[in-house]
Design a protein around this ligand. Structure first.
Ligand SMILES: [Zn+2]
Length: 167
């Protein structure tokens, strides 16, 4: 595998691992939101207490608060089921991408990583493929000289237009 290809696979594995982590973080955030909602609903029911039968306003307020509590519990139940199904797979997938990223990174040269990070400071996706003689980062065609350099594949070649590493 060429270093450029390796760099791309490392980059992709790293991105996918990070995406899985973001999704896991979202699950956690949703769980916390539900817990907050439940606490608020519980508190409201408690605050209203047991209104007198003639106290219509508070009777209605109590019904609404109880309904909200019931809704939160339903939402939580649904959330837990969904999470149970998805979270495990998500963790597995994150682990696989992390392992793959670590394997790829281990065989990358320091120069390649430095170049990648330097380019990445200014533009997203610092390493892209070449398709139809064009850079898939900026979608502009490569010059003949650049194409030759890229074909030889001896060193890392960057796009003249956007500066990304070409695979
Ligand atoms: Zn480009």
């Amino acid at each position: 595998m060429t270093e450029a290809r390796n760099l791309l696979e490392w980059h992709q594995a790293k991105e996918k691992g990070a995406a899985a982590q973001r999704e896991l973080d979202e699950w956690r955030a949703r769980e916390e939101e539900l817990a907050v909602r439940r606490k608020e609903a519980e508190l409201k029911v408690k605050q209203i207490g047991t209104p007198a039968e003639t106290d219509i306003d508070n009777q209605i307020a109590l019904k609404l608060a109880q309904q909200e509590l019931w809704l939160v519990d339903k939402d939580t139940e649904r959330f837990m089921e969904e999470r149970f199904e998805k979270e495990f797979a998500l963790r597995e997938s994150k682990h696989e991408w992390d392992v793959k990223a670590a394997e790829r990174e281990a065989v990358l040269s320091r120069e390649a990583l430095e170049l990648y990070y330097r380019i990445g400071e200014n533009i997203p996706n610092p390493v892209v493929e070449v398709k139809r003689r064009s850079c898939m980062g900026c979608f502009l065609p490569l010059s003949v000289v650049k194409m030759e350099e890229w074909h030889k594949g001896k060193t890392l070649v960057t796009c003249d237009e956007c500066g990304r590493i070409l695979v």
